[in-house]
Design a protein around this ligand. Structure first.
Ligand code: MG
Length: 184
């Protein structure tokens, strides 16, 4: 049975720009400290497969045209690839929070194919910087790892704090702690 790390993108792999939250230019592409070296270790020393899952609000609309997204995104992917970090899938939801789409985290619409079949979800993790990422872990039946210190109050209504606290395996501000936890 395959174990998966479902990894958020903005605020988790790369910095989430303040003010507009959009990585829509090369200047705004910045990796989190030590993320590459720690992912290299995780890939090398564990049997997790990596899946990226990200909400990109309004991607493809005038506020976030596709052509501004793919350049920085592809450079990020290429950088990971050259270090041997490959993702079996990159899942992008393009709706807004107000749409309450079933495909938008914390809902599982983009990952239903992992909920049946040969996946060991109990021993899989969602890694993200928001409580809604850990709520996705709850909804998937995996555990959650939270990086950073977002309070995510805006998404409160979708978060069941009791279940989120139970699913939370680790809360940290750095990738070295995540690596150490997963390799332990
Ligand atoms: Mg995030």
């Amino acid at each position: 049975m395959k174990k998966i790390l479902f990894i958020d993108r903005d605020g988790t792999l790369i910095e989430e720009p303040p003010v507009d939250y959009l990585v829509d230019s090369y200047e705004k592409l910045q990796f989190l400290p030590s993320v590459i070296q720690n992912l290299v270790d995780i890939v090398r020393h564990t049997d997790f497969e990596l899946v990226m899952i990200t909400n990109q609000d309004g991607l493809g609309t005038p506020i976030f045209p596709e052509e501004k997204f793919w350049g920085p995104h592809n450079l990020m992917m290429k950088t990971f690839e050259t270090e041997g970090i490959t993702f079996r899938e990159v899942l992008i939801d393009k709706t807004f929070a107000k749409d309450k789409a079933p495909t938008r985290k914390p809902f599982t619409g983009l990952v239903t194919h992992y909920m049946q079949g040969d996946f060991d979800l109990e021993n899989s993790f969602v890694i993200g910087d928001r409580l809604t990422d850990v709520q996705l872990a709850v909804n998937l039946g995996c555990k959650g790892i939270m990086i950073g210190k977002s309070l995510d109050l805006a998404d409160d209504s979708m978060v069941d704090m009791e279940k989120v606290n139970k699913a939370m395996a680790l809360k940290t501000d750095n990738w070295t702690a995540i690596k150490n936890y997963l390799i332990r």
